[in-house]
Design a protein around this ligand. Structure first.
Ligand code: URA
Length: 259
């Protein structure tokens, strides 16, 4: 990041208004830099060193944003798409200047936790296959999920392309259905990798079909249950620091039963 930047650029970036609105605020004497009334909206300031006040409110500069989105179905995990709406389109305009991107992907028909950030280092770390950052999904599955599937997933199953999955932890929440009906099971599955369509393909490998999928946690970050699909909020300081701990070689405990 450059040390000094235009005052208006910083304030637009932080959501204080458009460039012309900032100009008006400057003309009205509503912006102060280090205690002096700003005379030019294009003046150079150092956002980390200079004290900027807008209408007597101190401006807290931040370089990075971290947003927890409850991704709804029907939008794609991308920054741009020619056909579909993207998760970035869901964000308020005041976040536009941060150039956030989704950390990893959820399928178009998958809901749930998606982290949006412009912190490339954190994103890279969370997605690194070497870190084995755990992701937990809630799913509805057509079929009767039993301890047999739990044991298979713990051992690793072979996907349609021949890849053998790492140990994953399956929790069976409920199984509904009778003799005549087909069974529907509700489960939670924690995986420590992120192959394409992994959860759906793992169930496919044991002859079952996922009919609803929602991510509920990633790297210890839990989806805030106050967020409806399509809603989002910024992460708290504690949540950000917790995710950054993955940098220090944090590990998860999925029992490895592989020979
Ligand atoms: N596994 C899937 O099959 N789909 C997702 O969106 C995420 C994990």
């Amino acid at each position: 990041m450059k040390k000094t930047q235009r005052l208006d650029k910083i304030l637009v970036h932080l959501g204080y208004g458009t460039r012309s609105e900032i100009k008006k605020l400057v003309r009205a004497g509503s912006i102060h830099v280090n205690g002096k009334t700003a005379g030019d909206s294009g003046m150079q300031v150092n956002p980390l060193m200079d004290e900027i006040r807008v209408r007597d409110e101190t401006v807290y500069f931040r370089e990075f944003i971290y947003i927890m989105l409850n991704k709804p179905q029907g939008v794609v995990s991308a920054t741009e798409d020619l056909r579909d709406s993207t998760v970035i389109d869901l964000l308020d305009e005041r976040y536009a200047a941060f150039n956030a991107f989704p950390v990893g992907r959820l399928d178009k028909d998958t809901e749930g936790l998606l982290l949006l950030t412009n912190d490339g280092k954190l994103a890279h770390m969370l997605l690194s296959p070497r870190r084995h950052v755990p992701k937990t999904y809630y799913a509805k599955v057509l079929g009767k999920v039993t301890d047999r599937e739990a044991a298979s997933f713990r051992q690793g199953v072979v996907l349609d392309d021949g890849y053998e999955t790492m140990p994953a932890e399956l929790r069976i929440l409920s199984v509904q259905g009778g003799e005549q009906e087909s069974f529907v099971s509700e489960i939670e599955l924690t995986i420590a990798e992120g192959k394409f369509h992994q959860v759906k393909r793992m169930f496919q490998a044991v002859g079952m079909q996922v009919v609803f999928l929602k991510r509920i946690s990633m790297g210890g970050l839990l989806l805030d249950d106050r967020l409806s699909p399509g809603e989002y909020r910024e992460l708290t300081e504690t949540e950000i620091n917790m995710l950054k701990e993955w940098e220090n070689g944090k590990r998860i405990e999925i029992q490895d039963d592989r020979p």
